[in-house]
Ligand binder design. Sequence first.
Ligand code: FAD
Length: 485
Amino acid sequence: MRRRWLFADQLGPHFLDAPDQPVLLIESKAVFRRRAFHRQKAHLVLSALRHRARDGDVRLVRAETYAEAVSEPLTVCHPTSRAARGLVRRLPDVEMLPPRGFVTAPPDFVRWAGERDHLRLEDFYRFARRRHEVLMDGGEPAGGRWNLDEENREPPPRGAGRLDVPPPPPIVEDEIDEQVRTDLDRWARDDGITFVGRDGPRLFPATRAEALARLRHFVEHRLPAFGPYEDAMLAGDPWMAHSMLSPAINLGLLDPVEVIDAAERAYRAGDAPLAGAEGFIRQILGWRDFVWHLYWYFEPEYRAANELAARGQLPKWFAELNADAVQARCLADVLAGVRDRGWVHHIPRLMVLGNYAMQRGWRPGAVADWFHRSFVDGYEWVMTANVVGMSQYADGGRMSTKPYAAGGAYLHRMSDYCGGCRYDPKVRVGADACPYTAGYWTFLARHEPELAGNHRLRRPLQGLRRLGDLEAVLEQERARGSRAP
Ligand code: FAD
């Protein structure tokens, strides 16, 4: 059996053909020179790689580049970026196998997509549920409905400040983490390698055992509450009932199939309601796979799409995660979360960070680069559909039906941020004007011609035309420029 070269995001057993297959791991410093990493992502990846090197017949090669570390015939599973695939193809005697670590096979996706004009998550998700027989009772969806989103869009419970679910058990760092920390400090000091964000205790699994423990804990204690508050935000509870499993799944420590099976089993055993299990499975079998396939299905130029002609630069305070410069409570808290943990859940990414960037017309490619370097679970394949498509609408709607633009009213309904904020979500003009509310109307006004044909925006655009103070809103936003709100 040829030795299997595992990239650092292919660390679990499902990337091998047999448990005792010999493995090559490459720790390349050049990777950290090529692009900035969040300090905690650099730690997580190195820690995961070095922990993996202790399991079985593993050769860990420390090299400047991948190419110089490859010296024998190898097999490798299809990597997760075009650049890495190009590299593998150029190397002699490295056989590339189909991708693993996702649920739907590429030919199935291509067949599904080829039959459609519009690529929508809901259609793909139903296809995948049937194809893989997940949450199905015969030919029908379990519980008689495909989509329980209606039940899963609750505002956060008021008053408590946090959800009544146990937080994930803390990770206990070991001597490998200690060595990684020492090495990263040295690379920053002596080798000119720069990181984003702050260092901190490791929050996410670096080993298969840690990842399985987190999965078990999530399914037992947090999945039951996952559904209703999936879209809500609480200032005092960054995790809420989210799984925090994306870094472990993206490192390949967990197979998405086993994660989905665990959630379905909990539902079938009566330990989790359908809304929670369905909502969670939709994220993995649906969204995660959809986003992965779109990365390969769309042409490489999709990454640079810019249908709304957004050309603004990211201001320094945002690029450098300077949360202390921000007074808007939601944005300050979310930016601090990115700086201090490299992770916030889906709604802060989409509706606080992405929404702010899109309202201000920042260049989508730069926003995608920012997400890629600022998050512990950031990978190139995740950026295109999530950032370029969904959050910036830079593809003009190839994968979503409308831009995810929202004003302060949405943030007020779905979070407890506005209560303690110096801005008022209802106010558009003046010292108390909420930057999201003013930004929302400014965005609609700027793009009215492109968005006029979108029936989902008919009412907001009618509202825009009735705004008596639109000129004042636009003038105020011009004056704000790129200053932190
Ligand atoms: P949960 O809410 O518990 O969801 C379960 C799992 O579903 C996640 O672990 C993840 O594996 C998967 N998932 C859900 N939605 C998506 C999605 N849209 N794309 C891919 N996987 C999904 N996810 C990343 O893994 N890496 C990223 O760099 C990333 N960047 C994002 C940027 C933007 C602007 C947006 C809108 C979303 C991004 N996502 C990204 C998707 C999603 O926000 C995260 O997967 C999720 O917040 C991770 O937290 P969790 O594990 O607690 O997720």
